[in-house]
Design a protein around this ligand. Structure first.
Ligand code: PMV
Length: 310
């Protein structure tokens, strides 16, 4: 048997715009998904047959990595599904690590590439932000060109991203989850349609890219007021791209009196929001008073790893 785990993530700045090649900043969080794999008579997940597209990420990862024979998989996850916290990237990276781990040591770059290709195939369109964050851990910065702390370059069709690790200072982030599951693919497709039709959408995407760079600088400078204002602007622009949800707006509004700033995180359409704060208890209370589930997350330096057996 082989076992591997990978972290979830939060996008601090730049979701959706990153799909068009704009800069973005994400961070791995201390919620992990674990996959165990052992030889079996047929491919199965938690004892049930694994086929027919019910678990598209696992099925696509198995097709891509072509293990020698069928596998019995068991998945345990602390990352809520379809909530903007990168659960599909974490499960994909963990399974690919299991398949590599059967043969020897892990090669993170090849896992990040294969996991991205799986997400791209399943979602129809994607950036490598989730999959590289799940694979590498810590802070991840996507840029249009190669910079300091470069990890790898990923290209597909006409898009190209330069991925970097980014050491972020300590900060307190509260996640507010709406409990509304929204799949990423249709939301990404909706933004693409808007981008093709409307100049305002193209301007919003470009401005989000600028915000990511300004936001990263503000965080590195310890200027949380500016970082918070940029989060608020990023949230408004995501709403203009029609990936918001009334409940996300409510949670953002409820957080603001106790936060530097707040925004939706991940694909949106439900899912989750984040608030940057010095008063996590007050923010948690404010979100929960409006029916959300709120919790404080910590940064996770470890990316995908093989777990000791037993
Ligand atoms: O909600 P998540 O965890 O699937 O994040 C999606 C991030 C997007 O920018 C919307 C899509 C992508 O592939 O970058």
């Amino acid at each position: 048997m082989v076992s591997a785990s990978a972290p979830g993530k939060l996008i601090l700045f730049g979701e959706h715009a990153v799909v068009f090649g704009e800069p973005a900043l994400s961070v791995a969080i201390d919620l992990r998904t674990n996959v165990q794999a052992s030889p079996a008579e047929r491919d199965e997940l938690n004892g049930m047959p694994l086929a027919g597209g019910r678990y598209p990420y696992l099925e696509a990862a198995l097709r891509k990595a072509r293990p020698k024979g069928p596998l019995s998989l068991s998945v345990q996850s602390k990352i809520p599904q379809a909530s903007g916290m990168g659960s599909s990237a974490a499960v994909t990276a963990s399974l690919l690590a299991c398949l590599q781990g059967i043969k020897g040591a892990l090669d993170r770059e090849s896992i990040a590439r294969a996991a991205f290709e799986v997400e791209f195939e399943v979602q129809g369109r994607a950036s490598p932000i989730d999959t590289t964050t799940a694979t590498q851990g810590g802070g991840i910065l996507l840029l249009k060109e190669r910079g300091k702390d470069f990890l790898w370059r990923i290209e597909i069709e006409k898009s190209r991203w330069f991925l970097h690790s980014c050491r972020l200072p300590d900060m307190t982030v509260v996640v507010g989850s709406t409990g509304i599951e929204a799949s990423t693919g249709p939301l990404v497709a909706g933004v693409k349609r808007l981008f093709q039709r409307e100049e305002t959408a193209r301007r919003a995407v470009h401005r989000i890219g600028e915000i990511s760079l300004e936001g990263r600088k503000a965080l590195m400078d310890g200027d949380l007021y500016t970082a918070g204002e940029l989060m608020n602007e990023n949230h408004r622009l995501l709403n203009s791209l029609q990936v918001g949800h009334p409940l996300l707006d409510e949670f953002v509004e409820a957080s603001l009196p106790h936060s530097y700033g707040a925004k939706l995180t991940g694909a949106g359409g439900g899912g989750s929001m984040i608030a940057l704060t010095d008063w996590p208890d007050r923010v948690t209370e404010a979100i929960e008073a409006r029916g959300g589930r709120a919790f404080v997350v910590s940064t996770e330096p470890r990316g995908v790893i093989l777990e000791p057996e037993g």
